[in-house]
Design a protein around this ligand. Sequence first.
Ligand code: NIG
Ligand code: FE
Length: 408
Amino acid sequence: MKKYLVNIKQLTGIQEDISKLKLKGKEMGILHSIDNAYLEIENGLIAGFGKMANLPEINDSETIDCSGKIVLPAWCDSHTHLVFAGTRETEFVDRINGLTYEEIAARGGGIINSAKRLQSASEEELYQAAWTRLEEIKSYGTGAVEIKSGYGLSLDAELKILRVIKRLKADSDLTIKSTFLGAHAVPPEFKGNKDGYLDMLIDKVLPIIKEENLADYIDIFCETNYFTVADAERIMEAGTKYGLQSKIHVNQFTSIGGIQAGIKHNALSLDHLEVMTDQDITDLHTSETMPTALPSCSFFLKIPFAPVRKMIDEGLAIALATDYNPGSTPSGKIPFVISLACIYQRLTPEEAINAVTMNSAYAMGISDTHGSITVGKKANLIITKEISSYNYIPYAFGGNHVERVVLG
Ligand code: NIG
Ligand code: FE
């Protein structure tokens, strides 16, 4: 049966050309829209749209009245760590009292702290907690999400997270992609033996991931005091061998060559980018990778925001995502990310919305089916409350302006 969204005040985020997979530079500043529109859904896909004046005859079809409301593609959050156990507000208070993120990690806090808690949580507990987070992000408009492992840091615990993600994929109506981030930090059991830990990830965990089909992508935290560029190359090479393209954490605190390594190994996305040299930006022009910024992480840790204004002005594509995790971004709200990008990074609302739809869909390998209003793409849609324009979404920050999310 067909369904129709009718009397839509404004249908926005339209891309006529389904073969267009990402938006670069000036293209990011345009959101194609139709005022007073309808949209037709058939078998979970967008089947047509246009002006209300051209609405086909509707017999026996379900309609949803969208008077006063804006309809746009559901957000794609291409970078999260939303399977975790326990929260870290003690570290939040430690930072208020003057400690840095790096100092807290050096004292055994940070990722290691989250890993200890996760190792003792059951698969069922992790699943239930992650399910609640999925429902929450959906209520704010997210229709597709990438979820990383990385708080396990042992064979059993990393597999436990990936199995939880696999169950979420099967049970949730959100589109989910899974990323193996075993190389998130060196666990205490491997202190002084980082190579031994990487050997274990590559020789023991990756074969099981392949056998059980537990991941779509591979990641590593390429950063001073975590993993080197050489480690990142090793992990990306191993990923390639197992059919996992890379999406890696680079340039969060220091620029050490992670971008160049990611480009060399055909990374799908390069994420964080808070600290960028001119050379890093120049090199991105030689690649099809999607540079991805995480403004709510910059906000929460009070670290620099990625220089995405400059990057877009130079003609690059940019995606934005939340980084939802217990340490650096305990929030998965894309509307807040859009506000931050507009206010602190000087993106226009059009650029920010394209960065969390088309371009973030590209960063999770689904922009052929998600991320825009295009005939043939999945009907993953946001119906807003009655708002004056899409500019209201970043302007009225912190609120939830989503009335309903339609997923397929
Ligand atoms: O993307 N930077 C590396 N990993 C996470 C945060 C890790 C944590 O503090 O738990 C991030 O920000
Ligand atoms: Fe992250």
